[in-house]
Design a protein around this ligand. Structure first.
Ligand SMILES: NC(=O)c1ccc[n+]([C@@H]2O[C@H](COP(=O)([O-])OP(=O)(O)OC[C@H]3O[C@@H](n4cnc5c(N)ncnc54)[C@H](OP(=O)(O)O)[C@@H]3O)[C@@H](O)[C@H]2O)c1
Length: 391
């Protein structure tokens, strides 16, 4: 029987990597649902290629275009998840949740009820609402798998008891500015920041990789998923991105997971799970293994890393303050409205505002609360950014 798949954010980098794997083995997969924000042209190609029966497109104008284009076809075209939820009543074997930003939270929560397995790339949702995701996963007896390469690797390495862990190392390539002198950081343009040396990713996560904020997110994400004390995580620069996670156990063993620098590998392993299926990859690269070159990150060049000290092993709405403020700052930087260096400066200011510190004590109880706070934080971040331009 064909495995039933859904991809949220199918037109993005993770979405397209997933589609490319499925394309090579169409006879074994049926795509039940694809979703996008506005890229209807790419979505249309995917729909035709896989004879997809359900699609959700967020942007109203493009939804209407698509609906017209598909009017004589037996395809359910939705403009949002609420309508899809009402009509759909089947089970999906594997859902890949790969919408970018906090917008991915509600769709991820909504799709769990239909998913036997849910693989989540959308780190913003995990950071802000892991307790809500976990609750739904338990309720609907779904299985969770992380997609992010570091978290996928930690999961692969973790067959020991969790309290036997002494240290977990999350590796960072260092992004495009690892070797750029700090004095030149002021001149960094969006087009430079989205050019990652090792990974091809969407623009938001590429900027987060350039500021190293992505590593702060990854530590919080890993803490939430694996419930390991946040103080046991360390971030090391490893420019070749060959090692994805290192775990030292208190029985003297240290496990290291290495794979080629491609998201295709974790996604392939998630799609095929324990099936006997092989993927063509490069030979073991001893030139890299002999030169792993782990380095402590430079916190003067990458001050975002210092923000990790403000976060604990306890989930709270303060996580939403971080994610929402950073989302807004990256957006403003990409639009050319703030400088690269201002992202971490303004982010620190926002996190230190008295009005937000109370959220450290509040555990999120529903997604509306997260979205409401996120909208407020983004507005506050925007006004602070405008003020900083005037000074
Ligand atoms: N890329 C990677 O290698 C990587 C690795 C680890 C984790 N992640 C995480 O995976 C997620 C996706 O990353 P990505 O690089 O694939 O992002 P991306 O290339 O920007 O793609 C994002 C996808 O989400 C859709 N989308 C964006 N906003 C939406 C909205 N408001 N409503 C519905 N759909 C929306 C986009 O549709 P349109 O195409 O129409 O805009 C697109 O399909 C992020 O959370 C990222 O942190 C990515």
């Amino acid at each position: 029987m064909k495995k039933k798949i859904a991809i949220l954010g199918s037109t993005g980098s993770i979405g397209k990597s997933s589609i490319n794997i499925l394309k090579k083995d169409k006879k074994n997969f049926e795509i039940i649902l694809l979703t996008t924000n506005s890229n209807y042209k790419e979505l249309l190609k995917q729909v035709k290629d896989f004879k997809v029966r359900n699609i959700i497109i967020n942007n109203l104008k493009n939804y209407l275009i698509l609906k017209k284009k598909l009017k004589n076809k037996k395809i359910n075209v939705f403009n949002n998840f609420d309508l899809f939820n009402k009509k759909f009543n089947s089970k999906i074997d594997l859902t890949i949740s790969a919408i970018s930003g906090l917008d991915g939270l509600k769709p991820t929560l909504d799709i769990i009820q239909f998913s036997k397995k849910i693989a989540i790339a959308n780190k913003e949702s995990i950071i802000c609402a892991w307790n809500l995701i976990q609750k739904k996963i338990k309720k609907y007896k779904s299985e969770f798998i992380p997609i992010d390469s570091e978290h996928f690797s930690i999961r692969e390495l973790l067959n020991e008891k969790k309290n036997n862990i002494e240290e977990v190392i999350i590796t960072a390539s260092g992004g495009p500015f690892l070797n750029l002198p700090f004095k030149n950081f002021e001149k960094i343009k969006p087009k430079n920041a989205i050019k990652h040396p090792n990974w091809k990713m969407g623009s938001k996560i590429s900027v987060d990789s350039a500021t190293l904020m992505n590593k702060v997110f990854e530590v919080i994400e890993a803490q939430r998923i694996f419930n390991i004390n946040i103080n046991k995580f360390k971030i090391y620069i490893h420019p070749k991105s060959y090692v994805h996670a290192v775990i030292k156990f208190n029985n003297g063993l240290t496990k290291i997971l290495v794979h080629d620098t491609s998201m295709t590998i974790p996604i392939f392993n998630i799609i095929y799970d324990k099936a006997d299926k092989s993927i063509i990859t490069k030979k073991i690269d001893f030139s890299i293994i002999n030169n792993l070159n782990f380095q402590e990150p430079n916190k003067i060049k990458f001050p975002s890393l210092k923000l990790l000290n403000k976060f604990s092993s306890k989930i709270s709405l303060y996580d939403t303050v971080l994610v929402a403020a950073n989302d807004e700052l990256v957006y403003l930087f990409l639009k050319g409205q703030i400088k690269f260096t201002e992202i971490s400066i303004i982010l620190k200011k926002i996190l230190e505002l008295k009005e937000f510190s109370k959220y450290k004590q509040i555990i999120p109880t529903n997604y509306e609360q997260i979205y409401k706070l996120s909208r407020y934080v983004r507005l506050k971040t925007f006004s602070l950014s405008v003020l900083s331009q005037k000074c």
